[in-house]
Ligand binder design. Structure first.
Ligand code: ADP
Ligand code: ASP
Ligand code: MG
Length: 418
């Protein structure tokens, strides 16, 4: 039988009624003749709630213990869904990431999948079960429970689809698919029917959390076609797949990242090795840096600014003073009131002037740009957090990305539950 992998996000399994609705959809797919593997997220805001329980105790919980805590969310959802499917007279069995054979490296909180051993899942399918797997988790090569980073259930689903040679992977979520902007920020955003892996990678890396970045990387590497769609209706959503370059749109969308902070190291001596020393120290602590800007040198010293994930800020602040001192800089400042807006489109390669138009659109609203970075198909700007929504709307409008009000695919409020 052909295998289908379906992933349901937190909103889609937020309460008993929604779990029952998912169970009906799963049973439906089974009755259509598929071997069904379901990946579930934790119910509603469970992951955030578990995280804040730990953070009420300490801002820097032990990563191993935090992973054990967070994986509990997905276990609750998987077993309830399994109970619901069984209660409907179909057969289901649920498995933790570890039981499902998802092997990761040992990086707690951001583990990478290194291997999938799907033997047990295959046996369970052969026994006639719908297989339900807890998303976002695995077991490390040193036998500890790990998590795959926020949004990691997407990656569990794509990885299982690749390992089981599924026809495709369905990501059921709370919007109809991938839009030209977050439909909660820009209500006239247009649903994209297809998008290339390359563009989806840039959007996901730039904050469009509809898919976790790693899931898109995994899908591209393994040629898994991904269908993002709503769990609240039966409509087609967005296909992420290889797209012929002649079909490239100039712009595919605008993304917003609100979870970064900007750090500035003031008066860094302008000499070879200073930047290397700073970023080596940060990398050694396992913190990823996104944008980097170094100012021109005055009097033999320069200011160095960079962005990191907000979640990493407490950890960075615990050692950055030492780094400042070691390189002979004056001091460091941290600013977590920033946002990053990115414009993504493969057609940019052959169209000069896209960045200039983007900057001009923001200037027309009095939005100041603090940092800029680009790739061949993306332009990103750091701006003030409170201007982020306005920036998305004005850039979206400048590039005429919106749907006409009557057009199929525009975000209807009813499809975006609160
Ligand atoms: P799930 O819990 O199903 O994994 P997420 O909250 O992780 O759902 O991702 C879906 C959300 O992503 C949407 O509700 C939407 O607000 C947000 N989003 C951001 N950018 C986009 C975009 N370009 N297209 C669609 N949704 C987007
Ligand atoms: N529950 C996890 C999170 O909130 C994983 C996921 O939903 O994909 O990040
Ligand atoms: Mg998600």
């Amino acid at each position: 039988m052909p295998v289908i992998v379906q992933k349901y996000g937190g909103t889609s399994v937020a309460d008993g009624d929604r779990i029952q609705a998912v169970a009906r959809r799963v049973v439906g797919a089974r009755e259509e003749g598929y071997d069904v593997v379901v990946v579930v997220s934790a119910m509603g805001d469970t992951t955030d709630e578990l995280l804040s329980l730990a953070q009420d105790i300490t801002l820097v919980p032990e990563p191993r213990e935090l992973d054990l805590l967070l994986t509990a969310g997905e276990r609750i959802a998987m077993s309830l869904l399994s109970i619901a499917v069984n209660a409907m007279g179909s057969r289901a069995a649920s498995y933790t990431g570890s039981q499902a054979g998802i092997i990761t490296d040992t990086q707690h909180g951001r583990a990478k999948i290194v291997d999938i051993r799907p033997g047990r899942i295959r046996e369970s399918l052969t026994d006639g079960n719908v297989v339900i797997v807890a998303g976002f988790q695995g077991v490390s090569t040193s036998a500890d429970v790990t998590t795959l980073g926020r949004g990691g259930s997407d990656t569990t689903a794509v990885a299982l689809a690749a390992a089981l040679d599924a026809d495709f992977c369905e990501i059921y979520t709370d919007v109809r698919g991938v839009y030209t902007a977050d439909p909660r920020v820009e209500p006239s955003a247009r649903l994209l029917l297809r998008i290339s892996y390359e563009e989806m990678l840039e959007l996901a890396a730039s904050g469009a959390k509809v898919l976790q970045l790693r899931s898109v990387e995994y899908a591209r590497r393994n040629g898994v076609r991904v269908h993002v769609r709503s769990s609240f209706d039966g409509e087609e959503g967005t296909w992420i797949e290889e797209v012929d370059s002649v079909e490239d749109a100039l712009i595919s969308g605008v993304a917003l990242e609100r979870n970064e902070a900007k750090i500035t190291i003031v008066n860094v001596p302008d000499r070879p090795g200073a930047a290397a020393a700073v970023f080596k120290a940060i990398a050694t602590e396992g913190i990823s840096v996104d944008m980097i800007v170094q100012n021109v040198s005055h009097d033999g010293s320069t200011d160095l600014s960079f962005t990191i994930a907000k979640d990493d800020l407490p950890r960075l602040e615990s050692f950055i003073g030492r780094v400042v001192k070691d390189v002979g800089a004056a001091r460091s400042t941290a600013d977590d009131r920033i946002a990053k807006i990115s414009l993504v489109g493969a057609g940019m390669r052959s169209h000069p002037g896209v960045a200039a138009d983007m900057f001009d659109a923001m200037a027309s609203k009095g939005i100041n740009i603090e940092m800029i970075s680009t790739s061949s198909i993306r332009v990103s700007c750091v701006i003030r957090a409170e201007q982020a929504d306005d920036a998305v709307r004005v850039v979206h409008e400048r590039f005429e990305l919106g749907a006409r009000p009557d057009e199929e695919g525009s975000a209807k409020p009813s499809q975006v539950p609160g």
